[in-house]
Ligand binder design. Structure first.
Ligand code: HEC
Length: 158
């Protein structure tokens, strides 16, 4: 009896390449690409010191936006959409969405791991520091980021 697919595939049965052997290398290549990506992010994060430190160049940035009520309200609006899930409703670092194992900073204490000047906080938000705390340069205008700086600084004064 002829096998149904014999004339469709001219290769003798034993020379057909089973799908799983094709899937194997493809899956491995994908996994490797993924691993490399994670490694690249991890290396980036490793280069960034975990202990408290400062950034002199960022310190030199001046905040052009006064912490007016209007600025704080605008900052709060962005915060609710983009930051609250990790940094918590009141900024205490108690949101539960952190996905890469990082501990979201508490904005209500005096500790600023990456420097507490307006320019340093601005740079952290704009450029990011870890896989969890990624930069928002693509999502936020500079003015929005300064509003966020004003807002999260206001949390520690409450
Ligand atoms: C997916 C979770 C996540 C989101 C969303 C997130 N953050 Fe973070 N953030 C973190 C983590 C984790 C850290 C601590 C990074 C480290 O290890 O230093 C951090 C650190 C920071 C710091 C540094 C504080 C310091 O002590 O120097 C600032 C500022 C900050 N985040 C602001 C924001 C703002 C503003 C937003 C929203 C636009 C935001 N974050 C969104 C997880 C998040």
């Amino acid at each position: 009896m002829r096998r149904r697919n014999e004339h469709v595939n001219p290769l003798p049965h034993h020379r057909r390449i089973p799908f799983r052997f094709l899937a194997g290398p493809a899956a491995a290549a994908l996994a490797l690409a993924g691993a490399l990506l994670i490694a690249a992010v991890a290396v980036g994060a490793q280069e960034h010191p975990a202990e408290a430190h400062q950034h002199a160049d960022a310190q030199a940035l001046e905040n052009p936006v006064e912490p007016t009520r209007e600025s704080l309200v605008a900052g709060r609006q962005r915060y609710v959409f983009l930051c609250r899930q990790c940094h918590g409703n009141r900024g205490a670092g108690d949101g539960d969405m952190s996905h890469a194992g990082g501990i979201p900073s508490d904005f209500t204490d005096d500790v600023w791991t990456h420097g507490g000047s307006d320019g340093e906080i601005f740079t952290v938000i704009k450029e990011g520091v870890t896989a969890d705390m990624q930069g928002y340069a693509n999502q936020l205008r500079d003015e929005d980021i300064w509003n966020l700086v004003n807002y999260i600084k206001s949390l520690s004064r409450d």
